[in-house]
Design a binder for this molecule. Structure first.
Ligand SMILES: [Zn+2]
Length: 176
């Protein structure tokens, strides 16, 4: 983020310097033209210099615009992530692994799911998927987290005749 700002500022300074240079070159041309007997070759040389400087300033200005757009994109991405991040809470799984779990009051109709903590720190939302028995994995960074997937519990619950597997699969409980 800081490097983006520095880049934009450096380019901005360059563009300002180039504009100042071309402005004084143009002023020089005007002064020559207003003379009683203007020297055409002198005017031509100075005009060419002014045009060169203007073109350079234009290029620098375009580079500055690019840098600012990049900066804006970066900021938008961060804002978007920050807004999303509010919906999750760092949670320890039943098997001691850490995940960012969707807050039940922030579900907005989404299924319960978990995000990778390593990717979360890098401000990337990466959903964990079951990759093995009692194991969730991050497809982005390859991190693995242990979390019981309920298959084992389900069998035991059924044998013990408890209400449903759902109670164990859904530790937050559901209002409806
Ligand atoms: Zn990850």
């Amino acid at each position: 983020m800081l490097s983006f700002i520095k880049e934009a500022l450096t380019i901005g300074e360059g563009a300002t310097g180039l504009l100042t240079g071309s402005t004084s070159a143009i002023k020089g041309v005007m002064d020559l033209v207003r003379k009683p007997n203007p020297d055409l070759s002198e005017i031509k040389a100075l005009a060419a210099e002014a045009i060169d400087k203007l073109l350079e300033a234009k290029t620098a200005q375009m580079a500055m615009q690019d840098a600012l757009l990049k900066l804006q994109d970066e900021q938008k991405k961060r804002d978007r992530f920050q807004a999303e991040a509010q919906r999750y809470v760092l949670t320890k799984t039943d098997m001691g692994g850490f995940v960012y779990a969707l807050r039940p009051d922030q579900a907005r109709g989404e299924q319960e799911h978990y995000l990778c903590t390593s990717c979360f720190e890098a401000e990337v939302k990466s959903m964990l998927q079951p990759v093995n028995f009692n194991t969730l994995g991050c497809t982005r960074c390859g991190e693995k987290v242990f979390k019981s997937d309920g298959r084992d519990n389900g069998a035991r619950v059924a044998r013990r005749g408890l209400s449903t597997r759902y109670d164990i699969l859904n530790p937050y409980g559901d209002d409806d």
